[in-house]
Design a binder for this molecule. Structure first.
Ligand code: AKG
Length: 429
């Protein structure tokens, strides 16, 4: 016997003559919009966080509501639950058929930290060298999923399709037409696999270890170089050396570096061998910059707020290296470490990194710490933070659990303001 279609399975009558007005997808959830008497009532079904708070639970999905909970609306949610239970495949059909199916996660995004902790010797290496390659930080299968989402976000298609379009001379509409262009998209992306890595609790913990305290968000996004058209590098190896510091900080580098810099994490989404344009780095240069910047400016070696004129002119720079890496590694570097882009030897590849930048919470005033409520980050921000961990929300400026702001009433309000959020961690025991 073929199962009834969603339209049949959701056909009237509903309790108390409620009318089903439509089925839509919002923020990764399927919402059934009802008219119940004079009032609107929404019953939502969320495929994520099966252990989260819910009014009802059906086959691993959570059922919740928006509107007044009365005996009539309670009967309505119970009726939705009963129909989902009685109709095999209805849940999946609703997720497939809702208005924006690309935003409905097909699988549960990773929960809890999926990355690893930094070892003390790695923290020490970072302090000395100004950079660190934390190998095998994230599982490769999760990174591969995130890499595919990154391709979709940046190219609007897969990397292979982008390469085929390049071969066919058809990059029209692509950000990679001009060799100076990069693919850049801000966090959150609206894709759970990519978003979850960017605010993974282990990544935030590592950033906290390296900034020496509670980390605060400065910037986040993917950064992609497409090698067939790439020209984002100097023509000589001593050109283009710079520190990222003025990207997010208003004040110049100074000693002690630990009190003045911020830290960039680059989650490596594609393998970066010597042929794939690994960034050139000058280990230890973060300390030189903090110590000698005024002299460099006086001597005309430093240009503007960002860049060295010529690496060869700078006294005290040691041997340089390159940041080769494998997908799943995380590269961390100080905002004051000197580095430079180099050309690709392999002209048929891409290099994709998910960057997340953090400053010590106490020094956030010196930095640009954008709000997720403002463009370009605003798209998906509410759904993103609803699904995120408390540590991730604090990273973006929310009061942490235990803060006086979290009265019981505030927690109740939050749960009706952002349906689907679990205010449990904020409630006093
Ligand atoms: O693409 C690279 O290897 C370096 C990029 C860079 O230096 C930057 O964006 O600050």
């Amino acid at each position: 016997m073929t199962p009834p279609s969603p339209a049949d399975a959701l056909a009237p009558p509903w309790p108390h003559d409620a009318r089903l007005l439509g089925v839509t997808e919002r923020g990764g959830r399927t919402e059934l919009d009802f008219e119940l008497g004079e009032a609107a009532f929404v019953c939502w079904i969320d495929p994520r966080e099966p252990d989260g708070r819910a009014f009802r639970r059906v086959d691993g999905a959570r059922l919740g509501y928006r509107g007044d909970l009365t005996p009539q609306s309670t009967a309505l949610v119970e009726a939705v639950a009963a129909r989902l239970k009685a109709t095999p495949g209805l849940l999946e059909a609703l997720w497939e058929g809702s208005s924006s199916k690309a935003r409905v996660p097909k699988s549960t995004p990773p929960k809890g930290p999926v990355g690893r902790a930094l070892r003390p010797e790695e923290v020490a290496t970072f302090a000395e060298a100004g950079w660190l390659r934390a190998e095998g930080f994230f599982p490769r299968d999760l990174v591969e999923r995130a890499r595919k989402a990154c391709d979709r976000r940046v190219y609007g298609r897969s990397f292979e399709e982008q390469l085929a379009a390049f071969d066919a001379g058809d990059l029209e509409g692509s950000p990679f037409l001009d060799g100076g262009d990069i693919g850049h998209a801000p966090l959150p992306f609206g894709d759970p696999s990519l978003d979850a890595l960017g605010v993974d609790d282990a990544l935030l913990q590592a950033l906290g270890d390296l900034v020496g305290g509670p980390p605060r968000f400065c910037e986040g996004g993917v950064y992609v170089r497409f090698s067939p058209t790439d020209a984002r590098h100097g023509s000589e190896p001593w050109q283009g050396w710079h520190a990222d510091h003025d990207t997010n900080c208003w004040l110049p580098p100074a000693e002690p570096i630990e009190d003045h810099h911020y830290v960039i994490a680059g989650v490596v989404l594609t393998d970066v061998g010597p042929e794939q344009a690994p960034t050139a780095l000058a280990p230890g240069s973060h300390r030189l910059l903090a110590r000698d910047l005024s002299r460099w400016i006086q001597d005309g070696l430093w240009q503007g707020t960002r860049e060295l004129r010529d690496l060869r002119e700078v006294p005290g720079i040691g041997p340089t290296t390159t940041a080769t890496a494998r997908a799943g590694d995380v590269l961390f570097w100080s905002s004051c470490m000197l580095h430079s882009a180099i050309p690709f030897a392999d002209r048929r590849c891409q290099r994709a990194v998910l960057g997340v930048t953090a400053v010590h919470g106490d020094r956030a005033a010196a930095c640009d710490t954008p709000s997720l409520l403002r463009p370009p980050h605003r798209a998906n921000a509410h759904a993103f933070l609803t699904a995120a961990s408390p540590a991730a929300r604090t990273f973006f400026g929310w009061p942490p659990p235990g803060d006086a702001a979290w009265t019981d009433e505030a927690c109740d309000r939050l749960e009706s303001w952002l349906p689907g959020i679990d205010a449990g961690p904020y409630r006093a025991l």
